[in-house]
Design a protein around this ligand. Structure first.
Ligand code: FES
Length: 494
């Protein structure tokens, strides 16, 4: 019987685990793949208790509806794809399901097996024939029960997969092999950014042509007119604009991606202050909104220069995920004799203009690594670490993420509830907040000892460390002494 093969992303979504967890099973030879895909039967063998009821689907639908509502009210348009796109997806999926039903006619396989067994009976002795026939009947009855159970289970999983296919199409990017889902009315570009990927783009509105990609297979649909003109030759070769098309079916796309900081150009964006959110008398979150047609491209962990005038400016870590380059966050600490922080705390108002220049810095997420991750932030070092964590969550590649937030002051863990909510929501995320006595080397050493006791094989981890220079240097040395690998230890001095 032909096997139904699933991409890694679909398989992970079906059984409710991260792609990182599936990759570990594959590395440990607990799960086999065929040309990078996973057979449903193998998936069920590895996850026999996979929860196939529809609560996750319902959650997903509820989430999509919830997301759709405010946008529908504010923009007067639905977040669901257009009726035509949905109908096209449904048609393709229905055909596929029909094919799968045929595939699920397990008796084809059964008949084949029986034929083989009957052939072997031809050579049986007459004296043992009765016993052999009885054995065959028992085998047949058991097989019938077993196959029925397997088929029912497979059918459930396929039904769930069918549902997901209607709600979302999968995009596979070449040559990287990255995968992501396109949901609702998102363009291919928007969906890739939400998934934490770094597809090339400029304007995101069909003007610059930087998101030009080649459709290798599958069907797309234009969702917005674009001024950028593709030549006839480009069209014949399958080129499309990722910002102006959505995926109707699962597609394979050849597209350029940024893999390092060098692949992202410097940008200057005239943006707007959206909100000033006070966390304490000396700390606030500055929310900045870029124009919709000019979002900031960056890799998590990077900095930008924020300018309010020629003389009032400062370098700050971006504290939000690159999956939304339109809404940026910065954690601003009140500092004595610092014109920028002084202006922000005493004069800056929502809707004022602010210029964002960057990105810069090479303290960035190693997006291709599937190693488990340890994040360590000391006080305000949380800003870049928050960006890294949110990006890791979007990518869904790390097997496990452990976050240690060290602070010497009462309000040092200034977004404690946010970190707790991540730990509550994710099975592969743990959070520890640690109070330190400032610059106390003995206490710091004890803390690092606790971390290394919990994670004795530091060489297996990707480690990110951000905070004040003196503390970061001390922690870095301790981690290296405990077996951390220099190339996997990434530091940022704040
Ligand atoms: S990003 Fe500019 S045309 Fe698509």
């Amino acid at each position: 019987m032909p096997q139904q093969l699933l991409t890694l992303s679909r398989a992970a979504r079906l059984v409710g685990v991260t792609r990182g967890a599936l990759q570990k099973k594959i590395r440990d030879s607990e799960l086999s793949t065929f040309e990078g895909k996973i057979a449903i039967t193998d998936l069920l063998r590895t996850y026999p208790a996979a929860k196939l009821e529809d609560d996750s689907m319902l959650e997903r639908v509820t989430e999509i509806k919830a997301k759709a509502r405010p946008r529908r009210l504010t923009q007067n348009k639905s977040t669901l794809a257009s009726a035509e796109v949905l109908a096209s997806r449904l048609t393709c999926v229905t055909e596929e399901v029909s094919q799968l039903r045929l595939n699920l006619m397990y008796h084809v396989e059964l008949v084949k097996a029986i034929t083989e067994k009957l052939h072997s009976l031809i050579t049986a002795n007459e004296s043992s024939l009765k016993t052999e026939v009885q054995t065959l009947i028992t085998w047949f009855q058991n097989e019938l029960i077993r196959k029925t159970e397997i088929s029912a289970h497979s059918a459930q999983l396929l039904a769930k997969d069918t549902f997901f296919r209607i709600m979302a199409a999968t995009v596979k990017v070449l040559p990287s092999g990255h995968e992501f889902f396109v949901e609702g009315a998102d363009s291919i570009l928007q969906a890739s950014l939400h998934a934490g990927l770094n597809l090339n783009y400029g304007c995101s509105s069909g003007n610059c042509g930087m998101c030009k990609s080649r459709l290798i297979s599958g069907e797309v649909r234009k969702i917005q007119e674009h001024d950028y003109i593709l030549t006839d030759m480009e069209k014949n070769m399958g080129y499309i604009l990722a910002c102006s098309n959505t995926a109707v079916t699962d597609i394979v796309l050849e597209a350029a991606e940024a893999h390092s900081v060098a692949d992202i150009s410097q940008q200057t964006i005239v943006a707007e202050v959206r909100k000033l959110e006070s966390l304490s008398p000396d700390l606030l979150i500055l929310h900045v909104k870029t124009p919709r047609t000019k979002t900031l491209r960056f890799i998590s962990g990077q900095d930008v220069t924020l300018s309010l005038s020629e003389t009032i400016k400062g370098d700050y870590a971006i504290a939000s995920c690159p999956c939304d380059g339109h809404h940026l966050q910065f954690h601003i600490r009140k500092m004595p004799n610092h014109p920028f922080s002084d202006f922000v705390f005493h004069q800056l108002k929502a809707e004022q203009t602010i210029v964002v220049e960057g990105p810069k810095g090479d303290f960035v997420l190693q997006a291709e690594s599937t190693r488990p991750i340890i994040f360590i932030a000391y006080e305000d070092g949380f800003a870049p670490v928050k960006s890294l964590i949110e990006h890791s969550m979007a990518l869904d590649l790390a097997e496990f993420m452990h976050f240690y937030w060290l602070a010497a002051h009462e309000n040092g863990h200034y977004l404690n509830n946010l970190c707790r909510s991540w730990a509550d929501a994710l099975d592969n995320f743990s959070y520890n907040n640690v109070m330190e006595k400032e610059h106390d080397a003995t206490i710091l050493a004890q803390t690092i000892l606790t971390i290394t006791t919990e994670h004795p094989q530091l060489a297996d981890y990707e480690i990110y460390l951000a905070g004040y220079t003196k503390v970061v240097d001390a922690i870095k040395n301790l981690l290296l002494q405990q077996g951390a690998i220099t190339e996997q230890l990434h530091c940022k001095y704040c």
